[in-house]
Design a protein around this ligand. Structure first.
Ligand code: HT7
Ligand code: ZN
Length: 872
């Protein structure tokens, strides 16, 4: 397998200004004729034209209408080289392939009743010979022909130009997209689909027809996506001054899809799990996910489509920025603190682990074998953190000036992360050359902070040192430019729930500041500090770093009670939970959980001054994965057991309040899907789950009652989860069966049912998993189902996956090898937990053996890259 390097980037030899496709679909065989208007790249004249193609049978090649003969071209592996000296002209090719047999879900494939495409990153080459790279931007027109009964709906990018009937029960449609775009944004759909419509008028008065295409059975699950899209369109106009630019915005829901959704110009293709929603079948998290993903894909219309990436190393240019934009949107539509907590949970428990593992890579990687392996939390989430830091360093107005400049300067171009940062520099006259190390250096920086209070001088000094462990790409790291949003809390020991921050300048209201760390070690002195303060550091998680400050328990409780930054109150509670788990690890028999922490939580519940969803998060002990990173010397099963103990203590200590919440809080409210109602349900269901963990006798009755009477999926699933934790075998088994019978016709609900069971911690976990893969509703060819069972088991079922016999690892390895034969992208993702072997000491050896067993097989490029790097 060949490694591609960023340093080797060269412009293409030729441009393709126009692309005319004629796609003729018949069962088992699709023909594609392509006419490409070729223009030599003047700076690189006289080089042969080399196109890429994969799995294509080539029938015909012509230049300006003349068929090419044997010596004029050569097809070797995946490349087609044209030897003729080419000036401007038209290249014609005709190829065929079989979408029905395409199980990789890249290129053109069949999913249930429809044909659809997935071209990002390099799927277009499975459709026709092309310069399949993002810096080649072309205007596309597409003619689709298919059987009218099998495929009454024929869609592609842009605007519909013409449609008509043909002989033999066939029909056609012609589409034209006026915006030039790279091939990865091409899309085509043909199938038997129903359509739900909506409309939106842009600020400048352009009417946009919204069309959501789904299988007819799902027509009642489109409204939320349409509403979300309209909100996203209006928000982007308000926040970034960006309008939609075509007459139609189409979304198609597909059941077999490797990722969440795809932003093809004017024709988004969505995984059903990210677009379909209604109150009967969808949880609150599901609703919020649909809103976020619909918005994300919509925002790509500018950050990705109008301004695209020069090469795939720049992937975070569009993904990091778009994730930042969708996070801003979700924060505005719901609760900013809740959104931040959710995002930071993902970063701390999953992205940090990626950054610490053998596949760590920079946000702008320096090399890859298979680009599909780089659609990672690092490129997406850490990339979004980089944009967030820039936005905060600039402030609202300068950031808007920067993005205006970025979109207007680079519209219609394929650009780089450097161009993005240059736009930021333009707007604030700052030098971000050091800041750009966030793009090139992998790994999570560790910031160690110490303090000194001088009571005589009334000064307080904070000293910072930063470091970053070596990662495969970068051995020695240079200091990062790290913004530290912070404040100083006074009045230590006070039980008042009143924030009381020190002024950080002469202005008494100025209690919050942003320090900018740029050196390996740096100190900051604050004057007029009249008592020893508690520092509130990295407010709102102002940089994606690990912070080490030796907080006393009392200081953390102070932050939990009094910090004016709600995010840091939650973070302090998490830190107190970490301390409790570590105590349980150290002394399993006689450990102590801070009664002050429990008391503070109790007061917070009583006072209800914090929004319910945030309280719910405060009551949740951090994930095993995060705890493991914080205590790497301990065995993961010991960490799991210690965590369980802390959860139980927490639940017992708050039992009365939790019981009141679980049975009565907001219980009779009408079901609504707004942020406040969602937050109240989250608190109620968190309370129920804690009671179940604590084994409180009334929990069973409460859970069963809620399971039977729930009028929405959130409450019903939460009750089922509680019943599983309580594990009264007959009742739990009956409820699981009842749930399946009730929802067996709803594929997405059945996936939730699979996931719940895959996560059940028990000695029989693997047997149960094996049985579930034999269930008639399970399909190996459907990534949602595979993820629902296999990824949930290997990422969430700690005792099952890490069982002493190593059977969990072996099972995953077998599954990965099997899936790789049909869907390499999926296999390369499923294998991730095994790649983390180095964290698991003894167990790690068995994990590594299984990884080596995988590596010994003939593998796809995708899986080869991952296993090879993980075994190094
Ligand atoms: N830009 C999209 C990426 C994507 C993708 C990548 C590789 C393989 C399959 C894929 N499906 C979608 C998703 C996004 O909006 O970020
Ligand atoms: Zn994206």
């Amino acid at each position: 397998a060949q490694t591609i390097y960023l340093k080797d980037y060269r412009q293409p030899n030729y441009w393709i200004d126009q692309t005319e496709l004629d796609v003729n679909i018949t069962p088992g065989l699709t023909h594609v004729k392509a006419r490409l208007k070729i223009r030599p790249n003047k700076s690189l004249a006289n080089e042969p034209l080399v196109l890429v193609g994969e799995g294509l049978t080539t029938h015909h090649i012509a230049w300006n209408g003349r068929a090419l003969g044997q010596g004029d071209y050569a097809i070797k592996g995946d490349s087609l080289t044209i030897f003729l000296p080419l000036s401007e002209g038209w290249l014609e090719t005709e190829v065929s392939f079989n979408p029905e047999e395409n199980t990789s879900l890249e290129g053109l494939y069949r999913s249930r009743t429809m044909y659809c495409t997935q071209c990002e990153a390099q799927g277009f080459r499975k459709i026709t010979w092309y310069l399949d790279r993002p810096d080649v931007m072309s205007v596309f027109s597409t003619r689709i022909e298919a059987d009218k009964i099998q495929c009454p709906i024929l869609l592609s990018n842009g605007n519909l130009i013409e449609a008509g009937e043909l002989e033999g029960g066939r029909h056609y449609a012609r589409w034209y997209d006026p915006f030039k775009k790279p091939s990865y944004l091409f899309a085509l759909v043909a199938g038997d689909l129903a359509c739900k419509t909506g409309s939106f008028t842009t600020e400048s008065g352009r009417p946009v027809a919204i069309e959501v295409y789904v299988e007819p059975k799902d027509l009642d699950k489109c409204d939320h996506a349409i509403d979300s899209l309209k909100r996203a369109m209006a928000w982007d106009e308000r926040t970034y001054g960006l309008e939609y630019d075509l007459d139609r915005y189409m979304i198609v829901a597909v059941d077999d899809f490797n990722m969440g959704a795809m932003e093809n110009k004017g024709l988004n293709i969505f995984n059903t799990s990210c677009v379909l929603a209604n109150s009967k079948t969808t949880t609150d998290l599901g609703f919020q996910r649909v809103e976020a993903v619909v918005a994300h894909e919509y925002f790509h219309n500018w950050s990705g489509n109008r301004v695209t990436c020069r090469d795939w190393f720049q992937l975070s240019l569009k993904e990091g920025f778009t994730v930042y934009r969708d996070a801003q949107f979700s924060a505005d539509m719901n609760s900013a603190t809740v959104k931040r907590i959710e995002d930071v949970n993902v970063l701390r428990s999953a992205q940090f682990a990626e950054d610490a593992g053998p596949l760590a890579h920079a946000v702008r990687p320096a090399s890859f074998i298979e680009i599909s392996n780089f659609y990672t939390l690092t490129v997406y989430e850490k990339g979004a953190e980089i944009v967030r830091m820039l936005a905060n360093l600039l402030g609202v107005d300068a950031f808007r000036k920067a993005t205006d400049y970025y979109f207007s300067t680079y519209d219609g171009q394929a650009v780089t992360c450097d161009d993005f940062v240059a736009a930021m520099e333009y707007a604030c006259a700052k030098d971000f050359s050091q800041f750009k190390r966030w793009y090139s250096q992998a790994g999570t920086p560790e910031v160690t902070v110490s303090d000194h209070y001088d009571a005589d001088a009334n000064t307080y000094t904070l000293s910072f040192t930063q470091s970053c462990r070596p990662t495969p790409e970068t051995e020695h790291k240079l200091p990062f430019h790290i913004p530290v949003a912070m404040g100083l809390l006074g009045d230590a020991g006070s039980l008042k729930l009143q924030p009381k921050d020190f002024a950080l300048s002469d202005d008494a209201d100025n209690t919050h500041t942003v320090l900018e760390l740029t050196e390996a070690s740096q100190s900051f002195v604050f004057s007029n500090v009249f008592e020893q303060p508690v520092p509130s550091l990295f407010r709102g998680f102002s940089a994606p770093v690990n912070v080490r400050f030796n907080y006393s328990e009392a200081q953390l409780i102070q932050l939990l009670k009094l910090d004016s930054d709600e995010f840091n109150r939650w973070s302090a509670s998490q830190e107190l939970a970490v301390i409790a788990v570590n105590a349980a690890l150290q002394e399993p028999a006689a450990f102590r959980v801070s009664e002050y922490w429990l008391e503070a939580l109790s007061v917070i519940i009583d006072q209800q001054l914090i929004e319910p969803a945030v309280i719910a998060y405060m009551l949740q002990v951090p994930s095993v994965s995060y705890l493991h990173d914080r205590s790497p010397q301990h065995d993961v099963l010991a960490i799991y057991a210690a965590r369980e103990k802390v959860v139980k203590v927490l639940a017992h200590s708050l039992e009365n309040q939790l019981t009141t919440i679980a049975c009565c809080y907001d219980a009779n409210a009408a079901y609504q899907v707004d942020a406040a109602s969602i937050g109240r349900r989250a608190l109620r269901n968190t309370a129920l789950l804690l009671l179940a963990h604590a084994g409180v006798p009334s929990a069973s009755e409460l859970a069963l009652g809620q399971f039977r009477s729930a009028n929405n999926m959130t409450d019903q699933l939460a009750a089922l989860k509680a019943l599983i934790v309580i594990d009264e075998s007959d009742i739990t088994a009956e409820a699981l069966d009842e749930f399946y019978q009730q929802w067996r016709h709803e594929a997405l609900v059945v996936n939730q049912w699979f996931s719940l069971q895959a996560a059940v911690e028990s000695e029989k976990a693997l047997t149960r998993l094996e049985q579930l893969t034999q269930h008639p509703a399970f399909q190996w060819s459907n990534p949602n189902k595979v993820r629902a069972l296999i990824s949930v088991f290997s990422n969430q079922n700690v005792t099952g996956f890490h069982c002493d016999s190593g059977a969990g690892y072996k099972w995953l390895a077998d599954v990965v090898v099997k899936v790789d034969k049909s869907n390499p992208q999926l296999a390369a993702r499923l294998v991730t937990p095994l790649t983390r072997w180095a964290k698991y000491a003894e167990r790690g050896r068995t994990m590594r053996q299984e990884l080596a067993r995988i590596a010994a097989q003939p593998l796809s490029k995708d899986l080869f890259e991952v296993t090879e790097k993980a075994l190094k």
